[in-house]
Design a protein around this ligand. Sequence first.
Ligand SMILES: *Cc1c(COP(=O)(O)O)cnc(C)c1O
Length: 341
Amino acid sequence: MEKKDINWGELGFAYMPTDYRFVSNWKNGAWDDGALITDPNIVISECAGVLQYAQTVFEGLKAYTTEDGRIVCFRPDLNADRLEASCKRLQMPVFPKDRFVEAVREVVKANAAFVPPFGSGATLYLRPYMFGSDAVIGVKPATEYQFRILCTPVGPYFKGGVKPLTVRISDLDRAAPRGTGNIKAGLNYAMSLYNIVDAHNCGFDENIYLDPGTRTKIEETGGANIIFITKDNKVVTPKSDSILPSITRRSLLQVAQEYCGLEVEEREVELAEIGEFAECGLCGTAAVISPVGKIVDHGKEICMPAGMTEMGPVTKKLYDTLTGIQMGRLPAPEGWIVEIM
Ligand SMILES: *Cc1c(COP(=O)(O)O)cnc(C)c1O
């Protein structure tokens, strides 16, 4: 298969249409067979549920080339499970897990020419999503839905090397207790846009959100979960019902225990204790882990001992181990790597 003429190393994180996308429609209470299509545009009612009441959910995962030349993706079954939870919360139909994984395979295979070669650091980012497509004017769920998977090649996350982030403690909240913080819905991002633009304007890379109930505990950032490393090398991650269950974070915790022999704690993390940690990182599909060098709480700077030039040693070990599993250098736990071709 001939690869597309793309300068893989220079790609950023931006949308570039590929040749095919997967589409399936829900109508009269059932999903159709679904198909790969070439048209990147969607025509829907001006009154579609997604446009009026934001009835839309999404996922994100990557397909990439391993060291031995296979095209694989990482734990797509967990994306299917999480999409199911998101759909149920927004009163949307569930796209069956086996069909989800099959659709991922189909769309990656059809776009194999866009899967970056091993060593480029680039990947093919997959964006499964679903939205209410028929007209609703009174507040109620749509009756028709579209499920799609688009993909787009994206560049290496740490272009020009790792650079620890400076993040601030946010004054705005992300997700209410018993709200929708634990599902991957567009609405959780719409309301974060003002705050991320403001953070960037103020010189910060990200916002750390606190629990809105008491504003004393750490939750997550706008699009990534948080891990901390204690001075005695324990991996600590905040526990809360309004955190989005990151697949990367869950995988890292398992890797920490089973591959690195580290102790792991999922518990409430107080804002008041973060000065005691040795390392901090943000986890998500795009970066795996981005190290945090500095957390600013209203003028008070909390500098991680790991510093502003590289990943801390434990963060680095977790990063190298998980990316080693993903790239096929290390044996993977059963079912983590799904081979596509
Ligand atoms: C998608 C997402 C993450 C990261 O999840 P991964 O499955 O690791 O990519 C973290 N937080 C939020 C709010 C998200 O939407």
